[in-house]
Design a protein around this ligand. Structure first.
Ligand code: FE
Ligand code: FE
Length: 278
């Protein structure tokens, strides 16, 4: 059995961990009381996300050799990711991304941000390719340099083979001061994968939302400022603007797909060709 009963269990954990009403000092306590599945998930994630693993996955999936799919096709495919263990079977993946997108749309944000909401979790199709959960979801973090102690469950990094590589354990590691996040390898998951799939089609602000929405150590905890360049700093507010829609649109009214589909058909066609390479 996998560590988490469902991907939604992880989403719920993240939403609870980053609850705006929760004081920072409560985070550690919350980690201690985290469900066993969440702890086990992060134990695996932190033990296995080495720099070599990240580079290998970028080579494997960055080439986009898994065939062509349109955005709706990918959404339908992601929706086949159903959890037997989840009592709320109606709350599918497609519902989460639709609620995220609709909440962004209602607040009058730019069209590309609505689209980012719609597609942001499509990288979770990695699960359907057979990747383990720890290589698909979870907070992401830079590899190849010292781990921030603000990363959730930092104690689990002791089991990561990179902890024995002195070059990776300094503040800058293999990087140069201010090199920019684009030159930094971040732990592998649905964010990074989808970035490679959509990078030719969306404005940079949307690409940052896609690529770094799980990078809580950066966008929430303010870590790794020494790796950032001016462009990262300019994009950060957009990633932060996106985050509450991802976390807290869940209880919002349920959008009816048939009603909103024409809007999204037009929006998708504005930015994407009929099919893109995955
Ligand atoms: Fe996500
Ligand atoms: Fe999400």
């Amino acid at each position: 059995m996998e560590a988490l009963n469902s991907l939604e269990q992880w989403d719920d954990f993240v939403a609870g961990r980053y609850d705006p009403t929760k004081k920072t000092e409560d985070f550690r306590k919350f980690d201690d009381s985290a469900p066993a599945g969440v702890r086990e998930f992060y134990r695996l994630n932190h033990a296995h996300q080495t720099r070599d693993f990240v580079l290998a996955k970028k080579r494997q999936y960055g080439a986009r050799t898994r065939g062509e799919m349109g955005i709706w096709e990918a959404l339908d495919y992601l929706n086949t990711l159903v959890d037997d263990s989840d009592p709320d079977t109606d709350l599918s993946q497609i519902e989460h991304v639709l609620q995220t997108a609709e909440a962004i749309r209602k607040d009058g944000h730019p069209r590309w941000m609505v689209l980012a909401g719609l597609i942001h979790d499509l990288g979770k199709v990695l699960c359907l390719y057979g990747e383990p959960q720890w290589a698909v979801v979870g907070d992401t973090f830079p590899v190849g340099c010292a781990w921030s102690d603000k990363i959730v469950f930092p104690e689990f990094f002791a089991q990561n083979p990179d902890s024995a590589v002195p070059q990776y354990q300094t503040r800058l590691g293999i990087y140069e001061e201010g090199c920019g996040l684009r030159n930094v390898d971040v732990s592998w998951g649905h964010d990074e994968y989808l970035y490679h799939v959509v990078k030719d089609y969306l404005p940079d602000e949307a690409l940052y939302m896609v690529r770094y929405h799980s990078c809580y150590p950066w966008h929430r905890e303010g870590q790794y400022s020494y790796l950032l360049d001016g462009h990262d700093r300019a994009m950060l507010p957009w990633v932060q603007k996106f985050n509450p829609y991802d976390l807290y649109s869940k209880s919002a009214e349920r959008p009816k797909l048939s009603e909103v589909k024409p809007y999204y058909d037009e929006l998708i066609a504005e930015y994407f060709p009929a099919k893109i390479a995955w």
